[in-house]
Every structure is written in C-alpha cells, then in structure tokens.
Design a protein around this ligand. Structure first.
Ligand SMILES: Nc1ncnc2c1ncn2[C@@H]1O[C@H](COP(=O)(O)OP(=O)(O)OP(=O)(O)O)[C@@H](O)[C@H]1O
Ligand SMILES: [Mg+2]
Length: 237
C-alpha cells in the first residue's frame, strides 16, 4: 500500500524550544494510523508540523508531493483536514453557519449539498440542531460538529487531535464508530492522535508511540496492543 502521508526526519521548533526530533512516520492510503504518547510528548506538534502551523524542517509528503514548504491554507486545499485539540468550532455561530463556513473554501460548490447529506447521515443529531449556537452544544456534539466541519472540505486525509478528550465513554464510543465509518465507507485516511490508547489501537491499522519528541515504537496496532511496555504504561493492565 502507498503512503498518503509521509514524514521524514521532521524537526519542529517553537522559538528556541525544540518539540520534535527527527520524526519519521507514515499513514497508508485508506488506513487509520494512530500516534500515541503522554502529555507533552509531541503529538499535537506533529499535526502542527504537517499543517505548517509550527516551524519545521525535514520532508513531509502528501500523496507523494512535498508539502513542507506550503502554507496551512494550501495544505487544507490539497485535501488535508485538521480537527484540532479543543475542536476549533465557532461557538457564537450556529451549527449551520459553522458548516457553511467550512464548505465556503471549496471550489466544487455543486457537491456541497451532497456532502452535507452524508455528514447528516453520520451525525443526525447535528441536523436536529442546525439553528443552535455551537457553544451551547454538549461536548460530544461539539466534537461531532468539528468532525462534520472537516468532512465538508471533502478531505482525503483527516488529522484528529484527541477527539475523545473530556467526553463520556459512550459518546467516545459513538465518535469512534463514526470515524470507522468515515474511513471504511468514504475511504478517508485518518491520522488519529489519542491518549485513549485502548480505543485508538482497536480502530487503527498502524500505530506509533512518541516520547519527548521522538518516535520510540511503531508497528501494526495489534502488535503494539500486545506489547508489555505499552500495556503497562498506556493500557493500564
Ligand atoms: N506554543 C508553544 N510554545 C512553546 N512550547 C510549546 C508550544 N506548544 C507546545 N510546546 C511544547 O512542545 C512540547 C510538545 O507539546 P505538544 O503540544 O505537541 O504535546 P502533546 O503530546 O500534544 O501533549 P498533550 O497530550 O498534553 O496535548 C511540550 O514540551 C510543550 O510544552
Ligand atoms: Mg496535544
């Protein structure tokens, strides 16, 4: 399988602070890949490096094309959707307005209606709340809106930063099931950042572990799930 996303020797810096050290990783086309790691390990920085939101060096390829010199806007237009930590919806706008804004950047306007129907298929609860202010949605609904917004870009690759954060287990399960459908039914490749290692390893095909800005383990998700050190540290059994 060809990689849709590839990072080679990627460093990232915030001012004088280095957050990533020679990161190598890949997402296979059509697959779900997870990046696990503790607080402060460099998970969010990895997504920011891909999106051009932090100063980075090294090679980053999307679909074989270098994107490490491109702007965030161009990277999004190429088909990479980023659902950031903290969700990034416009809390003062309604659900409908949030979705309209997300679709606004697209060139293929004719397909927007079709995509909206697909999004409502995944998230019927959002359809019932189109006129509700995003800031008044429940935490789970806000996460759904954030994912829905990114789907309105018709991405080929989704970067998700801790979609389970702060949500009750049943809501997390629902969101993971929807991510699985997005991957299987729409063929969207997914790069998933998670602290909820058990669920992420169940969903993902491939997995990486990052510690203090370095990839320290990689392999099939099923193999990492069975690894003793991973089990003790990240799965708690
Ligand atoms: N804007 C910033 N300025 C300076 N240092 C930063 C900035 N953002 C992150 N860092 C540092 O970079 C390192 C990696 O942070 P990052 O946010 O990538 O971690 P993370 O794995 O996403 O953690 P968490 O699970 O807590 O979200 C940390 O040491 C952090 O303090
Ligand atoms: Mg983070």
């Amino acid at each position: 399988m060809a990689a849709i996303l590839e990072l080679k020797d990627v460093d990232a810096h915030y001012g004088g602070t280095q957050a990533l050290f020679g990161v190598n990783c890949a997402v296979e086309a059509g697959a779900v890949t997870t990046l696990l790691g503790a607080n402060g390990a460099g998970k969010t920085s990895t997504l920011r490096a891909i999106c051009g939101m932090v100063r980075r060096t090294g090679e980053i390829r999307f679909d074989g094309h270098r994107i490490d010199g491109k702007s965030t806007e161009d990277i999004v237009r190429m088909g990479i959707a980023h659902v950031p930590e903290g969700r990034g919806t416009f809390t003062n706008l309604t659900v409908q307005e949030n979705l309209d804004l997300a679709a606004h950047a697209r060139r293929d306007r004719a397909l927007v209606g079709e995509d909206a129907q697909r999004v409502f298929g995944y998230f019927p609860r959002l359809k019932e709340r189109l006129r509700q202010q995003a800031g008044t949605l429940s935490g789970g609904e806000q996460q759904m809106l954030a994912i829905a917004r990114s789907l309105m870009m018709r991405p080929r690759l989704m970067l998700l930063d801790e979609p389970s954060f702060g949500l009750a287990p049943l809501v997390v399960l629902e969101i993971f099931q929807i991510m699985q459908r997005i991957n299987r039914e729409d063929g969207v490749s997914i790069f998933l950042i998670e602290q909820n290692a058990a669920m992420a390893l169940d969903l993902a095909h491939d997995a990486y572990l990052v510690e203090t800005g370095r990839i320290v383990m990689s392999g099939k998700a099923a193999d990492l799930r069975d690894d003793d050190a991973i089990r003790r540290t990240y799965l708690g059994h």
